[in-house]
Ligand binder design. Structure first.
Ligand SMILES: Cc1cc2nc3c(=O)[nH]c(=O)nc-3n(C[C@H](O)[C@H](O)[C@H](O)COP(=O)(O)OP(=O)(O)OC[C@H]3O[C@@H](n4cnc5c(N)ncnc54)[C@H](O)[C@@H]3O)c2cc1C
Length: 488
């Protein structure tokens, strides 16, 4: 056998005996892996999942649980929101680029209602209630929320706003610890088990096994021993992102150095490298989701300024967009300027992230004093607030298009919250795959026997992000991977 640490593919001819065998072998038992397993089993395949940790779930089970679905799902309809695949596509093409994969997005939008029904048929519960407050998530068990800035500038002029963040019902939530993601994973795992899907835990996949050009198995390590796993019809890679691979982050997404977030340490890019070693193509390796540790209930009531004292994003948009604008385009420098009354009002409102409500660092009677205390160049913050207040007096924000209901002149006393370096994120790029989840070789041809889904692939997001697109494309293209792998 090759060195245990080697990532190069190994020839099937070198394997004297297979330790495990199945038609379809799935690496990783998170959202993409379970979705692949269910569909492969339904297609008649004998399915074996190899999972590195001691249990199923992955990042998906820790997630808030947004699944990005639309085009007129029964939940959207029941709650009175109109949507269509074309409208959903207009939003996704505008918000998830530049360079969004139009074929994938079209396919995803057209299949979205069917995918919602599939989740429901497999036991995922959605409560018929809409949460309309600014927030990262609903703090309650509501089933639907805006999760990508659909109802704010600039997207509310590009597509008709419709909420598409579908959240499995979960009581007693704690953001980042106990969310709707568990209630997505649990029923899907139960479905997989009922279909006879087998799982081997503490099994870390290392490299692919090939017979000529075709992938026919995986070498993994279990309890310190290398094992060979034969896949009679196909291998599905579903081991997550490369957020925790420092060398890959350095090479592809250096803005995330030292700030992985909303991922798990097992997201080490291994599947990407295993397939690269076979000639797999990559896409959008620089794309990142960026979380921003500010409470939307406060941000929306103030103005966000960068290190030059200038506004740079409408504060009523999706907080992940604020994160991207801050980290990727404003040197990770952000201050929230807010008056006392608005700060108190924001602190009293519902929030799923009350731990993001920080104390002001500077407080002053005038903006001039505040600007000086913050060490900003003279006149910068003053002119920003003067322009904002002049238009806000008429309930308008012609500069960045914040919605009328949240536009209010900033009064006195006035404070600044120091939100510099308050970002973290995960990677969105990965293996280039077809809409049938085939892994594409650099030549443009699919690699026979190799399929992938989830955050080890480049999915529907190429640059921008909306909450729910990871669990969304992970489950959607996980299903496709399972169907394709069962066919061989
Ligand atoms: C706190 C938090 C909140 C989030 N909220 C949302 C949200 O609301 N909506 C959304 O869309 N996304 C959300 N995300 C992101 C989302 O959970 C992930 O992007 C998504 O789960 C990726 O799916 P996946 O199947 O690729 O990876 P995962 O679901 O993480 O599954 C990958 C599995 O592969 C296993 N694995 C890794 N390496 C190996 C190996 N070498 N061998 C075998 N197994 C291996 C892992 O242990 C894991 O079980 C959130 C994440 C976190 C942590």
């Amino acid at each position: 056998m090759a060195e245990a640490s080697s990532i190069r593919p190994q020839s099937a001819a070198s394997i004297a005996q297979w330790d495990f065998e199945a038609d379809v072998v799935v690496a990783g038992y998170g959202i993409a892996g379970v979705s692949a397993s269910i569909e492969a089993a339904r297609a008649g395949a004998d399915v074996l999942v190899l999972e590195r940790t001691s249990g199923w779930g992955g990042a998906a089970a820790l997630a808030g649980g947004f699944i990005y679905l639309g085009g007129g799902t029964p939940l959207q309809q029941a709650l009175g929101f109109e949507d269509s695949p074309a409208n959903m596509k207009s939003f996704m093409m505008a918000a998830l680029g530049p360079g969004a994969d139009e074929e994938k997005i079209t396919d995803y939008c057209e299949g979205s209602v069917e995918h919602y029904n599939w989740l429901v048929d497999n036991g995922v519960p959605f409560k018929e209630s809409f949460y309309g407050q600014p927030g990262w998530e609903t703090p309650f068990d509501d089933g639907l929320m805006y999760s990508g800035g659909e109802n704010s500038a600039p997207f509310n002029t590009i597509a008709t706003p419709a909420p598409r963040g579908h959240v499995p019902q979960m009581s007693g939530k704690r953001t980042g610890e106990k969310g709707g993601g568990f209630m997505l994973m649990k029923p899907l795992i139960e479905t997989a088990e009922s279909l006879g899907v087998r799982a081997e835990y503490d099994m870390r996949v290392q490299r692919l096994v090939v017979d000529g050009d075709r992938v026919v198995g995986i070498i993994a390590k279990q309890y310190g021993k290398e094992v060979a796993v034969r896949a009679r019809t196909g291998v599905v890679l579903a081991t997550g992102s490369f957020a925790y691979n420092e060398a890959m982050i350095q090479s592809y997404a250096p803005r995330l150095i030292g700030r992985p977030g909303a991922a798990i340490e097992e997201h080490d890019g291994k599947a990407i490298q295993m397939a690269q070693a076979l000639g797999a193509d990559l896409a959008h390796m620089d794309a990142t989701e960026v979380a921003f540790f500010g409470d939307p209930q406060l941000m929306i009531r103030g103005i966000l300024v960068n290190g030059r004292g200038q506004r740079y994003v409408n504060e009523d948009t999706y907080p992940g967009r604020i994160g991207q604008e801050t980290l990727l385009r404003n040197e990770n420098q952000a201050y929230l300027i807010i008056d006392e009354a608005s700060y108190e009002e924001g602190c009293a409102a519902d929030s799923s992230t009350p731990f993001f409500r920080f104390q002001p660092k500077w407080v002053a009677e005038t903006v001039e004093e505040l600007e000086s205390d913050m060490g900003l160049p003279e006149g910068t913050l003053q002119s920003t607030v003067e322009v904002y207040n002049r238009h806000a007096a008429r309930g308008e924000d012609p500069v960045l298009g914040k919605k009328k209901e949240w536009v209010k002149p900033i009064g006195s006393p006035v404070a600044a919250l120091d939100l510099r370096n308050f970002t973290a994120g995960f990677t969105l790029g990965g293996l280039r795959t077809s809409i049938n989840s085939e892994v594409i070789h650099v030549s443009g041809e699919p690699i026979p026997g190799l399929f992938a889904a989830g955050r080890c692939t480049a999915g529907v997001c190429a640059g921008g992000y909306a909450s729910g697109t990871s669990l969304g494309d992970g489950s959607f293209y996980g299903r496709r991977a399972g169907i394709s792998a069962a066919k061989g």
